[in-house]
Design a protein around this ligand. Structure first.
Ligand code: NAD
Ligand code: DAO
Ligand code: ZN
Length: 370
């Protein structure tokens, strides 16, 4: 079938909105009509050429929601008409990783997903000239129809609005999950969140949900303060306005250091500050941000010897098929908020403008509705 997609033909070039061919689902695969997709920093990271695993041409996009149109042979858990959210971290429920409660990093389709192809080693997308186009993170939601492995789809309730719950496919789950699954923030904790973008604001709302005491937001863009407060931030720090040492300032605000700190910037210098503002003896720092190719983190080992813990998290430690439907319920029950974070909506033809808004720090989440 012919579908409409925003194709990344080359690193560093704008996405090209065009028609492409999509083959139907093979064994274990599902054809989904994508209704809405969110623009995440990570798509931009790959488009710009910063992603070490980025390969082209590809159809990017990993945050979406849609409806099952067709299922391939052997698909048991989904049927035509089901509402679904694509999962860039799948959940097969049978691999060694899925069977280990310590991780959410299902490895069932890791190598083919990393190569931009379906589990049988081939792509379903081609140009109208017949040249292959790669999948991205197993999702490719910047197309109005896409094919995904069955294990990379969470079935969700049908009364939830696509244009809002698409954000649960990455930003919401990553931010809230980092707090609940990875850090396991306790009631009364003091937390510091670096980067108040599409992920960091969800870390803030996760900290509020967990009953944190102080929730300190740190961002170099003052315009993020209002939204941070809207989601539970109690103190705002702009590092550019701090005289003297930022770590000492944050230790002072938190009364000795953060019980939990979170990097949601992808900047390795920020990651160091986040670790070092964690409380001596027990503070934990969680890296969420994805740093550019080749970047390395550093600190004095004595920071760890004296009890600080450095951790990382992917997709907020969530097991997608199990946890994502629950997060959709939290949204529908009013336990978490999403709507105010979706600051811009547009059609696929304006997707490059959506990324410009992200660069300019003017959007939190831009959503493309097909
Ligand atoms: P974003 O661009 O919306 O937000 C980043 C925020 O960081 C902005 O508000 C910006 O002003 C702020 N910032 C930049 N430099 C800063 C500095 N030196 N100090 C303080 N604040 C600074 O990005 P996002 O969508 O929120 O994504 C954040 C990071 O999370 C990215 O690196 C992204 O790739 C990563 N990410 C990780 C996962 C995961 O599973 N681990 C999932 C999605 C996104
Ligand atoms: O190696 O098993 C693995 C998983 C690798 C992918 C993890 C992705 C998390 C960071 C990227 C954020 C994307 C939105
Ligand atoms: Zn698995």
């Amino acid at each position: 079938m012919r579908v409409r997609a925003a194709v990344a033909f080359e690193a560093g070039k704008p996405l090209e909105v065009t028609e492409v061919n999509l083959e139907g689902p093979k064994a274990g695969e599902v054809l989904v009509e994508i209704k809405s997709t969110g623009l995440c920093h990570t798509d931009e990271f790959t488009r710009s050429g910063d992603d070490p695993e980025g390969a082209f041409p590809a159809i990017l996009g990993h945050e979406g929601a849609g409806v099952v149109v067709d299922v391939g042979p052997g698909v048991m858990s989904l049927k035509k008409g089901d509402h679904v959210i694509p999962l860039y971290t799948p959940e097969c429920r049978t691999c060694d990783y899925c069977l280990n409660p310590k991780t959410n990093l299902c490895q069932a389709i890791r190598s083919t997903q990393g190569q931009g192809v379906m589990p049988d080693g081939t792509s379903r997308f081609t140009t109208l000239d017949g040249d292959p186009i790669l999948h991205y993170m197993g999702c490719s939601t910047f197309a109005n129809y896409t094919v995904l492995p069955e294990i990379a789809l969470a079935k969700v309730r049908e009364d939830a609005p696509f244009e809002k719950i698409c954000y649960i496919g990455c930003g919401v789950t990553t931010g809230i999950g980092a707090v609940i699954n990875t850090a396991k923030v306790e009631i009364g904790s003091n937390c510091v969140v670096f980067g108040l973008g599409g992920i960091g604001l969800n870390v803030i709302q996760g900290c509020r949900l967990a009953g944190a005491n102080k929730i300190v937001g740190v961002d170099i863009n003052d315009s993020k303060k209002e939204m941070g407060e809207r989601f539970g931030m109690t103190h705002f720090v702009n590092p550019k306005e701090v005289e003297g040492d930022l770590v000492a300032h944050l230790v002072d605000i938190t009364g000795g250091g953060a019980d939990y700190s979170f990097d949601a910037t992808g900047n390795v210098g920020v990651m160091r500050t986040a670790l070092e503002c964690a409380h001596k003896g027990w503070g934990e720092s969680i890296i969420i941000g994805v740093a550019p190719a080749g970047a390395e983190i550093a600190t004095r080992p004595f920071q760890l010897v004296t009890g600080r813990v450095w951790k990382g998290t992917a997709f907020g430690g969530a097991r997608g098929r199990t946890d994502v439907p629950k997060i959709v319920d939290w949204y529908m029950d009013g336990k978490i908020e999403i709507d105010p974070m979706i600051t811009h909506t547009m059609g696929l033809e304006d997707i490059n403008h959506g990324f410009d808004l992200m660069h300019e720090g003017k959007s939190i989440r831009a959503v493309v509705n097909y």
